[in-house]
Structure formats: C-alpha cells, structure tokens
Design a protein around this ligand. Sequence first.
Ligand SMILES: C[S@@+](CC[C@H](N)C(=O)[O-])C[C@H]1O[C@@H](n2cnc3c(N)ncnc32)[C@H](O)[C@@H]1O
Length: 472
Amino acid sequence: MRSNSDIIRASYEAFHHRDHKTALAAFAPDIEWTHPDGMVDYGLGGTKKGHEEILAFMARARTVFSELRPDPQEFIEQGDRVVVFGVHYMCGARSGRSGTVPFVHSWRLARGLATHFTDIHDTALVRRIVEGDKSPVAELLETHDGYIRAHVVRLVAELKVGDLIGDGARDVAELATATATDSRALFRLLRTATGFGLMAEPAPGRFALTEIGAPLRSDHPLSVRSIMVIGGGLFGRVFSDAEHSLRTGEPAFPKTFGLPLFAYLQQNPEVGAVFNTSMAEFSRLETGGLVTAYDFSAFSGRRIVDVGGGDGTLICAVLDAVTEATGVVFDQPEVADAARERIAAAGLGERCTVESGDFFSAVPTGGDLYILKWIIHDWPDEQALAILRNCRRAMAPGGRLLLVEQVVPEGDTPHRGKVMDFTMLVVLGGRERTKAEYSALLAAAGLRLERVLDGPMDSSILEALPDGGGPP
Ligand SMILES: C[S@@+](CC[C@H](N)C(=O)[O-])C[C@H]1O[C@@H](n2cnc3c(N)ncnc32)[C@H](O)[C@@H]1O
C-alpha cells in the first residue's frame, strides 16, 4: 500500500507535468486548499475548496508567474499528516524577475485522499519577485492603463458577468448569449480582466471569478458592482469633460449631461437607483468601522437624524449598535422608498422613520445627533454652509453633529481624499477639505469642531458641538 508521503509526492510530480487529472485524483472532492493571505492582492490568497477552485487557482497563478515550479525536498509523515519542506522556483509574469522562495506545505489525508493543504512561505519575497523594480516609465504607463482597467471592470459589472458566473466557471459562449455580446469580443474583454486579476480562465474559453473579482457579484456581502458601474460609466463620461472644470472651476457634469448630478438622477430614476445602490455599497464597506470608531452608546434613548442618508444603510447599522435610539433618514423624495424598504428589511420600522425634503430649506428638527456622511463634500462652501446652518437650527439643546468625510492632509502626503477631491470638483463642484477648512466652515455655521476621529477606509469622523452663541 502506498504511504501518504508517496501519494503527495506523486501529486507534485503530476502537477509538474501539468497532468492535473492525475494530481487531482489524489485529492478529496471537497479538499481545502489554503495559501497565505499576503497573496490576496494577486487573487491567490485564502482558502479554495474543491477541484474546480484549485484549477481556477492554477490558471490564475499562471497569469501572475511565468514560471512556478515547486521542488519538494523533504517529506515528514506522521499519522494523517505529511509536511513537506522545499523551494519554489518562480518568475514574475510582468516583472520578468525570478527567484527561489522556501516553502512549508502541510497536508492532511483521509483514506488515501488529501483533504487539506496549507502553503506557508514568505509573501514579501514573492511580492518582490512579482512586482520587480518598476522603472519610472513603467509606473507612468501603469497609471495610464488605469482608465482601461476602469472600463474593463465597469463593463464586466454592467453586463453582470459575475452574477452569471456565480461560484463556478462558465463558457464564454454561454456568457455571450446571456449578455447579448459578441462571443469573440467578450472573450477578449474577460481575458483582459484575467490580466487585471479579476478573473481566472481555468480552461480555454471558460471563466471564473477570482477573490478580487468576486465583489462584482450583486449578491456578494461586500458587493461593489454598482460603484464600478457609476464610477467607470456615469462619472467616466464626465471625466472626459474634466478640462471644463479646470478652465472654469465649475463641475463638468452639467456640460456632459445637461443637468447637475442630483437633478439628472431625479430625471433618470433607473440611473438614480444604481447611484443610490453604489452609495449604499460604499456605506456597507464602512458601517462596521464607523460604529466601532465612534461611541454611539451616548445616544441611547435619543433621536438620530441621518441627513442625506440615502437608502438608510448607515442609520440601520447605527440603530443596531444603539438599541434604544430612534432614527430618521432624511433625503430627497426619490430616495425615500429605497430607504423605507431597507429599514423594513432590517426590522427597524418601529424605530426609524423616513422624511423627505430639501436640506437647503430645512432638516428634521429635535435631533440629538445629526449625521452627514459624504454630504458636505458634495457642495462648495456657500451651499455646504446652508446645510450646516439648517442642522444647527434644527438641533435639540445639547445636540451634536457628525461629519463623515475624507479629511485631506496638508502637503503632498498621498491620500484617497485627494482623488475624491478632484472627483468632487468634476462631478459636483464640491470639494474635500482639510481639518482647518472644516473647522472654519463649522464655525461659520455656529458649530465648534470638537474632535476628529479616524474612521474606516481613509475616512474621518468630525464631531461638532453648538458654539455658545446659538444659531447664526
Ligand atoms: C453622496 S450621497 C451620500 C449618501 C449617504 N449619506 C451615504 O453616505 O451613503 C448624497 C445624498 O444627498 C442626497 N441629496 C442631494 N441633494 C439633496 C437635497 N437637496 N436635499 C436632501 N438630500 C439631498 C442625495 O439624494 C444622496 O442620497
């Protein structure tokens, strides 16, 4: 009878000869196949399950490495475990840089089949091989390719390719029929997406989502499908007119679409719905971190108003964290139904209401906490001030206000807020602000910036209190 070490040794040899069928025959159908989290950026980290996912992993690995050859050197067997010490010979597909990386592989077997595999290696070493040392021109060209990436990911998202593929893999011909696209052209789009790490091609013309591509599915818990559709699509078109903003300091959206963003969304409800979902997707990425970063428990039994609260994703998370509080989502009438639906789905209908109106005229009164997430950055100072003054006027005595924004650092420190700032200019004529600018804006509205807390994903939470003198 073959020992467990013999079984594992034979599967390394079969993989080496690209004889995947023989290699997989030694693996249980539901084998767990784990690589270090440090490889996630390349779509190669975490745990895969079953033969198909292993094949997708292999296909993905072939896009990252032009050579990847494990050389298992020592096998140690004990009970159902086999531990293998060896080195990987590897060459980065893009960098052309090669090197060796030691590994430890831990295998577990049951009844002659491998049920668990864990790969342990120095991922920093692998990263150096994959990335190589980029020349300044290579950096520049990669920046240039960014717009192509944005369109590739936008098209994959718009066509709902991720939803069609789901957990498995699908032939491009089927995908082309389902998306009413030319099969050859769709193949070329998806092949490009494999180069960006979004998809794998486990068999010729058959595509699967990688870990990086998985959030393009609408049903992924951290889906960003609508963000990709709006960013690359609606905003992408506006960015073609960005020069208008540079020449005039005004937003380019009205030049591209004939109306300011929010008026356009009102008149095009189907686009408005995707925009609102994209905002909810952003919020979903942040809510966990926000309710951890800010202690909402002080508002137990109090009334919390989310001004421009969109579909209510944030207020639902806040009310979940402070079970005794009540909430109000305030937004434009077009957004109210989506908010009601979400609140009902979260079982918060008793504690949270939806009010609609125009925050330039008034906001709901009597709130103990006013939250404005990604609202002030949409507007130039004059309009931003009008919204803040309305909040200040509406506040219950002792009330507070929270802004959730990306506070731009002074100087040339890289920060996502700077990308967002230019986007705000081009799309809305708004702006991200420095801490000093927020402080001045709040002061002009009769509010005192009390503290700035770090929030998730480069965001900041700015807490403000009414300044002594009452509303200006
Ligand atoms: C950038 S989104 C932010 C949404 C939400 N706070 C979030 O972070 O997901 C801006 C929100 O402001 C709302 N809005 C725009 N103009 C408004 C107005 N005049 N009155 C009330 N809400 C408005 C939009 O409908 C949208 O939901």
